[in-house]
Write a protein that binds this ligand. Structure first.
Ligand code: CTP
Ligand code: CA
Length: 225
């Protein structure tokens, strides 16, 4: 019923969404990750389908059910997410990087469980590739690209830099310290930046926000051409 009620404004669009955290192995029993629940990306994928799009969701490890009608590709590490996205990204009209991709991974993954010994333990980490940056470098002008920005300070300034540096059309910026915003909950508080505009929004559900983001991407596309 929900499917029939939604206007099919994204019919004929192919949309790629990434969601969730990534996990970087330390040894056979441990990993490094972050607090992302995947809820924002899953809500985006679900609503993109409800609005008539053909949707692929590249998902890090989450506890969420697969959204109906969406092709889901499960990944674990940032490298796997990078590889799955980069091999197909040119096929899509809209790309939304809602995943909280780990910035660093272990330089070497221990073959055996690391036994405790000294009072301190140092792990050597290496920077992961920035997927959104690479998408922005290789993009074609008709694609619409949306990234997120997670900040605890200087939200707008940092988000503006990310919009420019990563060559995106849109950045959804959330301030992790605002009540109701960020990782685990069902709500978010965001500002949406495009190259010529910034809109600030009140607290809303991740469902509402996903429809807002998708509508804005469509509007941006319609304005561009
Ligand atoms: N992102 C990505 N690949 C990475 C890191 C981030 O594609 N290796 C994407 C995220 O999915 C998000 C955007 O880049 O859409 C911004 O992520 P964020 O963590 O806020 O910014 P970073 O560029 O990683 O910078 P920093 O964490 O230092 O603020
Ligand atoms: Ca980061």
């Amino acid at each position: 019923i929900e499917y029939m009620l939604m206007p099919k404004t994204l019919q004929n669009k192919k949309i790629l969404v990434s969601a969730g955290p990534t996990q970087e192995s330390i040894d056979p029993v441990r990993f490094i990750t972050n607090h992302s629940s995947g809820k924002m990306g899953y809500a985006l994928a679900r609503h993109a389908f409800l609005l008539g799009a053909q949707v692929t969701l590249i998902s890090g490890p989450t506890s969420l059910a697969k959204p109906y009608g969406v092709e889901v590709i499960d990944v674990v590490s940032a490298k796997e997410m990078h590889d799955e996205i980069m091999q197909r990204v040119h096929d899509y009209d809209y790309i939304i990087m809602a995943a909280t991709v780990g910035d660093y991974s272990c330089q070497t993954i221990a073959q055996e469980k690391i036994k405790k010994s000294d009072d301190t333990l140092t792990l050597q980490l290496q920077k992961n590739q920035d997927i959104l940056y690479k998408i922005g470098q290789q993009r074609s002008s008709h694609q619409v690209i949306c990234g997120f920005a997670m900040e605890t300070q200087d939200l707008i300034q940092n988000a503006k830099q990310k919009l420019k540096k990563k060559n995106c059309d849109m950045i959804v910026a959330n301030h992790l310290k605002t009540k109701g915003a960020g990782f685990q909950g069902d709500t978010n508080v965001v500002s949406i930046l495009t190259p010529d505009d910034i809109q600030h929004y009140e607290l809303m559900s991740k469902n509402e926000l996903s429809v807002l983001i998708l509508n804005q991407m469509k509007q941006w596309e319609d304005e561009k051409c």
